[in-house]
Design a protein around this ligand. Structure first.
Ligand SMILES: [Fe+2]
Length: 247
């Protein structure tokens, strides 16, 4: 059994320091790895990245993250990623990483993702150059996720994004902003591989549970949605009832 702790949208700045740490200190007793689904910081500054590293680093379990749109706000995403990497936090953007846990190989493929919308209400690659650029970004990042998912041979494969791959977990958000919260292309990438679980954030007013068209369980782990420091999901559990149960 592999136990995956996950949260997103923690938006760490100086005033947040210490808020998550007590629960994180307990994390190694409950989970084998922590995945953070982007929006680690409030405005994507290097100082905030240092605060995130202080709050979420050195846990005693591997910490794997993707960046979110907030982490791009100051155009310092490369420096933000460097600060995190120096703190032994794995930052994924179109890559996958493999962990050996309890004799199993866990693969995590991550990408920030982008908006674009979902079937019947999505942006299309037509018209103005600006619209083609927008949809082009959606397609490029989704393709990167697909390639990352296919780049590893593992026992359990997890997709980690900031933007949502499905509309299900946006339930509670205004319909009008769905195209800015995720895109169907991420879901298609997830369905193209033997993905066991897809985790995302970004939709603070959404809901936790959803499924891709291909049946892959999706969980929105945005902190305002799960309302705790992290949820724990179990993969490769012999007890089917325990699988994907948030504890
Ligand atoms: Fe976000």
């Amino acid at each position: 059994m592999i136990r995956i702790a996950a949260v997103g949208d923690v938006h760490v700045d100086k005033d947040v320091l210490g808020r998550f740490r007590p629960a994180l200190e307990e994390l190694p007793k409950q989970a084998d790895v922590l995945l953070v689904a982007g929006d680690l910081t409030r405005h994507g500054t290097v100082d905030e990245a240092r605060c995130f590293a202080e709050e979420f680093g050195g846990l005693g379990v591997p910490v794997i993250v993707v960046l979110g749109n907030h982490d791009h706000q100051s155009d310092q995403q490369s420096r933000v990623a460097e600060v995190l990497t120096e703190a032994d936090i794995t930052v994924l953007e179109g890559e996958a990483t493999v962990l050996e846990l309890h004799g199993h190989r866990l693969g995590v493929a991550g990408v920030k993702g982008f908006g674009g919308g979902f079937a019947g209400a999505c942006a299309s690659n037509f018209g103005e150059r600006e619209m083609k650029d927008f949809v082009g970004t959606t397609e490029v990042v989704s393709q990167r996720l697909q390639e990352a998912l296919h780049s590893v041979q593992v026992d359990a494969l997890v997709a980690l994004t900031h933007y949502s791959p499905v509309p299900d977990t946006l339930l509670g958000e205004p319909l009008e902003i769905y195209p800015f919260l995720g895109c169907y292309q991420l879901g298609r990438a997830i369905d193209s591989a033997p993905t066991a679980l897809a985790l995302h954030g970004h939709a603070h007013h959404g809901s936790e549970r959803g499924r891709t068209p291909g049946g892959v369980p999706v969980r929105n782990v945005a902190h305002p949605v799960i309302k705790q420091a992290y949820n724990v999901y179990q993969l490769l559990s012999e007890d089917v009832d325990l699988q994907l149960v948030a504890t």
